[in-house]
Write a protein that binds this ligand. Structure first.
Ligand code: ARG
Length: 602
């Protein structure tokens, strides 16, 4: 928090010596290493270049005018013009005191700078089980949503279910000709999956099982569905209902909620209009019997085109650049994923006029989003001028062999089974450590720890890297794991609770004293919570928050080992109690934003 105050004063000092300087890019940030102090500004070199002056001299002039003696030691100029700030313990204590009075939790809500976001995440396909990969979009998306909201932004969440498309022709045919009612009763999604697999194998002309008549029949069912046939619509709705039950059960366990669940089918009424409009504007044209967007329809001769290598509508083939058109209407009249996504942008812009739409979707769809955003930008430049379109991609979850994670029988693990296993494994660990607790209590701890561990493991690596799934590592009580952070929370919360009980809730928080190295280190980390949230939101990267709460938990552990709290003399006792209380609050808040619960004992 203090970095914002330092920044403000630095801007004032800069403007007093160079009234025309553009100070917006001059930031004060947590120092990368404590040997540079607590905060650092490394923007003066760039600014000096703009002002055509010498950076060291600019730094000297500015620090001469900078009034920060109440907050930090004399500012140090390092190297070519870095500014290093070392906070005074009294200034740190004052921020802590305000937090202890409930005035803030180390961040400033966006206020007038609040933006409106639409976040499209999770978005599984109907009639299929949610699998391990869905933890990524669901977890990363949910964390970003919670963080943006915490920072005071307006966020609309939308689960863009895959509930329309060719697969329903096969599913309908399967339902009508091969449905096993008892199996449907016992495991609806399993049965739908089986029907799809069986029919799909018959419809695939690359397979020995191919049966042209079946393919024809499936196609007919699809055409009837698209034409609004009552029976097919009824079955299709039943499939939606069964799938939604599955999704709801999983979202309930994960604690994830959506404002809207507008599946692909919601956009059906607008699809013909999208294609007509794009065609009328010359942005799409017929290609054989289909309609598609091409590089030359988007950027006709004479307009400024992206270079071929940056043009998502071209691919290189035998050294030549050839067209890679984006289909928006198939030869049979059906529409494409792209068409639906275009209609979706139209709807979102009209409905919510967001500043940004964020798509939390697998990196493998990056080419789709590049094309989608390019079409949207040419179709309605006014939309993309106002609304930023962002694909927040993510990598794969791998097994120990570094290949995409599979179960022993070679299938993709189902999400529900993974959640069960996380809880079971955590229960075994809790039972080992705390056989004294009643089963129900152990189960509750196991739920919080197991699901927390699974989510945290997924959020900890930078989202674009692949990671190796590892039960033992994620559930370990030491290292950068959810159980470790959750455990440090229980310790901090316990001390705070006991302290409060002894003081009947009245702690004088105005004269906090921070003296011990571990106290100061912990306190200064608390101050950086807000900066961490901003940074996490800016990069759409929850790993920043994970690493921060791990650091905070570790700093708390060092403090706890070195600094007695309840037995200390005043004012140390109260100061340390406040540290415990605020650490518990920030750990709980930070974990909460990651979608991870805390519990009082472990
Ligand atoms: N249902 C899609 C899939 O499973 C993801 C949808 C992502 N969102 C979007 N607007 N395209 O691949």
């Amino acid at each position: 928090m203090l970095h914002l105050e330092l920044e403000k004063r630095l801007h004032a000092a800069l403007l007093s010596v160079h009234p025309a300087a553009s100070v917006a890019a001059v930031r004060v940030m947590p120092a990368p290493d404590a040997k540079f102090g607590d905060y650092q500004c490394n923007a003066l070199m760039t600014l000096a270049r703009e002002l055509k002056t010498n950076p060291r001299q600019l730094a000297t002039e500015v620090t001469g005018k900078l009034e920060v003696a109440d907050l930090c030691e004399p500012v140090e100029i390092a190297g070519p013009g870095f500014l290093n700030f070392r906070l005074r313990p009294t200034a740190v204590a004052a921020v802590l005191a305000a937090a202890a009075r409930g005035e803030h939790l180390f961040f400033q809500p966006a206020g007038a700078a609040a933006r409106t976001y639409v976040v499209d995440f999770s978005s599984p396909n109907v009639a299929k089980p949610m699998h391990v990969g869905h933890i990524r979009s669901t977890g990363i998306g949910d964390a970003l949503v919670k963080i943006l909201r915490r920072l005071g932004h307006r966020v609309v969440t939308d689960n863009h279910l895959g509930d329309w498309g060719t697969q329903f022709g096969m599913l309908l045919l399967g339902w009508k000709t091969r449905l096993d009612r008892a199996a449907l009763e016992a495991d609806p999604i399993g049965e739908l999956e089986r029907l799809y697999r069986e029919i799909n194998a018959l419809c695939d002309d690359g397979k020995p099982t191919f049966d042209a008549a079946v393919r024809e029949a499936a196609k007919n069912e699809l055409v009837k569905l698209q034409a609004g046939d009552a029976e097919n619509l009824g079955i299709w709705r039943e499939m939606q209902r069964l799938s939604q039950l599955q999704f709801d059960a999983i979202y309930g366990r994960l604690g994830v909620k959506f404002d809207h669940t507008l599946g692909e089918s919601f956009y059906n009424p607008w699809l013909p209009g999208v294609v007509e409009d794009l065609t009328a504007r010359g942005l799409a044209r017929a290609s054989k019997d289909a309609i598609a967007v091409f590089a030359d329809t988007l950027w006709p001769e004479g307009t400024s085109r992206p270079a071929p290598k940056d043009n998502p509508f071209l691919v290189q083939k035998d050294g030549e650049w050839v067209d890679l058109p984006a289909l928006i209407q198939k030869s049979d009249g059906g529409f494409n994923y792209m068409t639906t996504d275009l209609a979706t942008i139209q709807h979102r812009v009209r409905e919510w006029s967001p500043d940004e739409i964020i798509y939390v979707v697998d990196d493998r769809q990056a080419p789709h989003f590049r094309r989608l955003f390019a079409i949207a930008g040419r179709w309605h430049p006014d939309w993309t001028a106002k609304t930023r379109l962002t694909h927040v991609g993510f990598g794969k979850i791998c097994g120990a062999d570094k290949k995409p994670l599979k179960t022993r029988d070679g299938n993709t693990p189902k999400l529900a089974a993974l959640l069960d296993e996380a809880e079971e494994r955590a229960l075994a660990l809790v039972t080992e450590k705390r056989p004294d607790l009643p089963l129900e209590r152990r189960q509750e701890i196991a739920r919080v720890v197991g699901l927390g561990a699974l989510k945290y493991q997924d959020l900890l690596p930078h989202r674009t890297s692949d990671y190796v799934f590892n039960w033992d590592k994620m559930l370990a009580l030491t290292g950068n794991t959810a159980p470790y952070v959750q455990y440090q929370f229980t310790r901090a919360a316990k001390v705070a609770r006991e302290g409060r009980a002894n003081d009947q809730g009245s702690i004088a928080k105005d004269q906090l004293v921070l003296a011990a190295e571990q106290e100061l280190a912990l306190a200064k980390l608390l101050l950086n919570y807000g900066h961490t949230l901003e940074r996490t939101a800016l990069d759409y990267a929850p790993n920043f928050l994970c690493n921060y709460i791990y650091e905070l938990a570790s700093a708390y552990s060092r403090f706890y080992d070195n600094c007695p709290v309840l037995k200390a003399e005043e004012p140390t006792r109260t100061s340390r109690l406040v540290l415990c209380e605020l650490t518990a609050q920030v750990l709980q808040d930070g974990l909460g934003l990651l979608g991870i619960e805390t519990i009082d004992e472990m």
